[in-house]
Write a protein that binds this ligand. Sequence first.
Ligand code: GDP
Length: 330
Amino acid sequence: MIHAAPLPSLDELASGVRAGRRAMLARAITLVESRKGEHRALAEQLMQALLPFTGNATRVGITGVPGVGKSTTIDALGTHLLAQGHRVAVLAVDPSSTRTGGSILGDKTRMARLSMDSRAFVRPSPSAGTLGGVAARTRETMLLCEAAGYDVILVETVGVGQSETAVSDMTDTFLVLMLPGAGDELQGIKKGIIELADIVAVNKADGANTPRAKAAASEYRAALHVLGGREPHWSTPVLTYSGLTGDGIEELWGQVLLHRERSESAGAFKAKRSAQQVKWMWALFDDRLRARMRTDPALRAQVPAIEREVAAGTLAPTLGASRIGCLLGL
Ligand code: GDP
C-alpha cells in the first residue's frame, strides 16, 4: 500500500500558497476537496487564514452547450490575458464528472496553449458529488488561486441542471456562449440561461459562419430587449467573435471589464460579493445537514418511518419536521 506524504502544516500550506508555489497550491486544493473529517478541519483553518488575501481577482463564469467552443475560447482568452501580464486560473464545475471517467470540463488537453504556460493554472472539476459539494469545492479552489496571486479566474460549466446558477453565484460576470444559426437561437432563452447572462457572445463568427453568427446575435439582442435588464446599470450586450481566429476576443474581455466597472460605480459589485458569501455559507450548511441525514445511524433508522407516516397522512408534516429536528438536536 502506498502511503500518502504527510500533510504540510497549516503555516506551510498558507505561506506556500501565498508564495504562489504551484505544488503547494495543488496540495491545498486536494485538501479542500477531501471529504475526510480531519482534512476538512485543516481546510477550514486554511481558508480562514487565507481569507484576507482573497477577493482580488476578476471572476468570470463561462457556459455554453458542448461544442460551442468553451475550451477554444478559454484557451484564446487566457492566452490573450497572459500576454497582458495577468495570471489566469481556469476551474470547472461539472457535477457529472469523475476522476477516473474523465471530466469533460477543465481537461488540460482541451486548452493546449494555456495548460503549457506556467503562468496559467488549469484545474478540472472536483469529482462527482452533489452540485452543492462540487460548487463549494470549486469556490474554495477559486479563493486559494486568488491567494496564490491569480488575478483572473475563469470558471467553466455546461448547462447541466443548476450548475449554471451555481457558477453565476460564485462569479462577478457571467458569460453565455452561443452557436451561430442552427435555428434554435431562442433555446437559451427558454431555458432561462440568457437571464443569467451578463454578456452573450456568439462564437464561430469566422469564414462562412459570419453572417449566421451576426443574424443569431440580432435575434438575441431583440429577445434581451424584450426581457429587459436585470440590473439598472447594465444591459446585456450581445457580441460575435471567433475563438478559433481570436477575432473579437479583445472586445469580449473589454465587455467583462466594462461590466465590472459599471457594477463597481453603481455600488453593486461589493453588494453582490457580500450576498454571494452569505448565500454560500447557507449552502454549505444545507449540505452538511443533508450529509448528516445520510450518515447518522439514528436518523437513517428513523427518518424513513417518519416519511412513510407523512405520506400515509397519519402524521402531520409539521410534526414530522419537528421529530426530525429533535433527532438532529434542533
Ligand atoms: P466545448 O465543448 O464547448 O469546449 O467546445 P470546443 O472548444 O471543444 O470546440 C468544439 C468544436 O468547435 C471544435 O472542433 C473547435 O475546433 C470548434 N470551434 C471552436 N471555436 C470555434 C470558432 O471560433 N470557429 C470555428 N469555426 N470553430 C470553432
